[in-house]
Design a binder for this molecule. Sequence first.
Ligand code: SF4
Length: 62
Amino acid sequence: MKVNVNKDACIGCGACVSICEDVFEFDDEGMSKVIKEEVPSDLESDVKEAVESCPTAAIEEK
Ligand code: SF4
């Protein structure tokens, strides 16, 4: 599983970062960025939860 954040859609709410800080972190502008594009299998369920929790559907599974 790979994951990407659409920066145009992210509003920086922080939900993904708080759910899975091993994959998402804030960039210099306070928006989410992916730090592990290739998601380790043991983090996939957390990433899926982040995808479902994102209020703007900015997180894309690839
Ligand atoms: S949950 Fe969505 S809107 Fe919120 S910081 Fe993450 S990517 Fe951005």
